[in-house]
Design a protein around this ligand. Structure first.
Ligand code: GTP
Ligand code: MG
Length: 621
């Protein structure tokens, strides 16, 4: 049987291709909201970091009541997904809730690494895409080429004829229109609407199918957490009807069963959730009150518990050490600085951050934290800073695996869009990082180049590629597979400048050092001995006195000094700092400051440590 009035559709695309903006328009034009309920852009990107960075981090459900042109009512569950590669695992999971997908592709950028990834996952789940060629308002739009690219990508992914015959919608989400036919693009001055897209969803996304005789089965595919009610499971009813207050059997990924009671039951309605007493088959729900619930759990009939197929959760590919901040400025800025506080915060994060793994087993001051990439872990760190935590973090490292006695490492698909003139420099850089060239395609003044490259080789890559392409390159990568270890990789090309003394940075000292490299600090900053204050222009580290004052001998010289303009320091964002450091360095994070320091603040300790490392290397070779 089928639930004719329900549609479950996920919106998938490469990062920034306009998913959340298009969902805004679907919400706005559904006619079920007052203008005051829908303020601003990208309404679903509701958490502060999402708003600030303009990206979606967490997949989110919303639901639209839609009445079609013939007067029939539908409940459309929409799942907006994140496009950034670090959150690909999240997309894969929430696809289990959907019966079809809207695949958005930017009309200029075309198919990108994450388009391929999310589309392959949709196909693996048997979901047929409606292709939305989006951002049609961009003057450089390449509609026909992009259409071809999607077709080729589908062929490449082994799609069958039924899927190759995909419906296409042409849209400009930001302008609020979507049409099924190129002849019907809005003319100059026309407003347009997204009704064709609603119609396509109703027509092409299959209504949920179910077996009326099967016992209750709900698959949990996402988690939410609230300080008031604890863990919230989000999932889809595949069979039976779920009632508020009923007993259910949870069956976890390992087959373990537990009898539990459902407290509240919520249905998605517009931007929120509404308490209901039952959820029927085919619909999506949120369940409150389960003491133990996890991704991949089946909520089953206690009399006849049958598990649904397991949900795959991606393993982490990158790890780093989180440790207490034991620098001289520890505790000056943050509220939470102890290892117990950091431990508790990480434990709370594990409640809903599925792709995260923490090893609490080391020393009490250090935790090994593993995740899906730099952005995934960077966002956790950014959240912690904002909540008032201080901590120090070590260099991010790829996670190796041992397979049949062979060392394997994560390999990523990297796409670089470079101006044609700088292609040579990009190729050279990727060669050094053991990148293997895949596809290469000239698109007007720019070239699209794809590489398979070890994840290790991507750390610190962005800033360097931007440097050789004068800031013009666009780079994206996505995890592809584990494969044989590709051999050693060059480290950072430059050494650093290390402060010998603590105190306040002087303009005089900066001026004296200006030809030695680029600084990370400005006059008036407080620094401590052992802090990394700049990048040396050569490959070795140097010790510098950055708090040095000039002895004033006569007036004229001091005036001359005041007129010397200092080069602006390099501002390091959290992720840039993490990508920058080497093994013997740490990034110190406090609510207001990001500093780089040497692990050993004292010069003698540093030398001793360097010698120890050299001795071990010599002994093992
Ligand atoms: N020119 C143009 N820009 C658009 C359009 N739709 C969205 N954008 C812009 O593209 C950027 C990304 O839009 P989002 O809706 O956040 O994209 P997204 O796919 O949800 O991004 P992630 O969730 O981070 O993957 C924003 O700056 C939008 O203003 C469009 O139709 N035309
Ligand atoms: Mg988004």
């Amino acid at each position: 049987m089928i639930r004719q009035e329900i549609r479950n559709v996920a919106i998938i695309a490469h990062v920034d291709h306009g998913k959340t903006t298009l969902v805004d328009q679907l919400l706005r034009q559904s006619g079920q909201f007052r203008a005051s309920e829908l303020q601003g852009d990208c309404i679903l990107d509701s958490n502060p970091i999402e708003r600030e960075r303009g990206i979606t981090i967490l997949a989110k459900n919303c639901a639209i009541r839609y009445t079609d042109r013939s007067g029939k009512d539908f409940h459309i569950n929409i799942i907006d997904t994140p496009g950034h590669a670090d959150f690909g695992g999240e997309v894969e999971r929430v696809l289990k809730m959907a019966d079809g997908v809207l695949l958005l592709v930017d009309a200029v950028e075309g198919t990108m690494p994450q388009t391929r990834y999310v589309l392959s996952k949709a196909l693996a789940n048997g979901l047929r895409p409606i292709v939305v060629i989006n951002k049609m308002d961009r003057p450089e739009a390449r509609v026909h080429e992009v259409h071809e690219e999607v077709f080729d990508l589908l062929v490449d992914l082994g799609a069958d004829n039924r899927i190759l015959d995909f419906p296409v919608i042409y849209a400009a989400g930001r302008q609020g229109w979507a049409v099924a036919d190129l002849d019907r693009l809005p003319k100059e001055g026309e407003v347009g609407d997204v009704h064709d897209l609603f119609d396509a969803i109703i027509k092409h996304i299959p209504a949920p199918k179910f077996n009326p005789d099967a016992p209750l089965q709900v698959l949990i595919t996402n988690l939410d957490y609230s300080d008031y009610v604890g863990r919230i499971g989000i999932g889809r009813v595949f069979a039976g009807t779920l009632h508020a207050g009923q007993d259910i059997m949870t069956i976890d990924r390992f087959g373990e069963q537990k009898l539990q009671k459902i407290n509240q039951l919520l249905r998605f309605e517009g931007l929120g959730r509404m308490e209901v007493d039952r959820i029927e088959v085919g619909d999506i729900c949120a369940v409150v009150g389960l003491e133990k619930v996890d991704i991949g759990d089946t909520l089953a009939d206690p009399e006849n518990p049958i598990a649904l197929p397991a949900v795959h959760v991606d393993e982490p590919t990158l790890h780093m050490t989180f440790r207490i901040n034991d620098g001289p400025f520890a505790g000056q800025d943050g509220k939470y600085v102890t290892s117990r506080q950091i431990r508790e915060r990480l434990q709370k994060e594990l409640q809903s951050n599925v792709a995260l793994a923490v090893d609490f087993g080391g020393t009490s001051e250090e935790f090994e934290v593993a995740g899906r990439g730099l952005l995934h872990l960077g966002i956790l760190l950014e959240n912690m800073r904002r909540e008032g935590y201080e901590l120090a973090v070590g260099k991010p490292k790829a996670i190796f695996k041992e397979v049949n006695g062979k060392r394997q490492e994560p390999i990523e698909l990297l796409a670089v869009d470079s101006p044609n003139e700088t292609v040579g420099a990009v190729m050279q850089m990727m060669g050094d990082r053991r990148g293997e060239l895949g596809k290469m395609e000239v698109r007007g003044r720019r070239t699209h180049i794809e590489f398979m490259v070890p994840a290790r080789g991507l750390i610190g890559l962005r800033s360097r590629i931007l440097a050789v392409t004068q800031g013009e390159a666009i780079i994206h990568h996505t995890f592809d597979r584990y494969d044989d270890y590709r051999g050693p990789m060059p480290g950072r090309a430059n050494g650093v400048m290390i402060a010998t003394d603590g105190g306040m940075v002087t303009a005089y000292a900066l001026k004296e050092l200006s030809d030695r490299g680029q600084m990370f600090v400005r006059p008036g900053d407080n620094v401590y001995a052992g802090q990394v204050v700049g990048e040396h222009c050569k490959d070795n580290d140097i010790e510098v006195n950055i708090v040095r004052m000039k002895k004033l001998t006569n007036m004229r010289q001091s005036i001359k000094e005041a007129t010397f303009t200092l080069r602006a320091p390099r501002d390091l964002s959290l992720e840039a700092a993490l990508e920058y450091i080497e093994d013997d360095e740490l990034v110190e994070l406090t609510p207001q400051f990001i500093r780089i320091r040497k692990r050993y603040l004292n010069e003698t300790d540093r030398k001793r440590n360097a010698r120890r490392i050299a001795d071990t290397a010599a002994a093992s070779s």
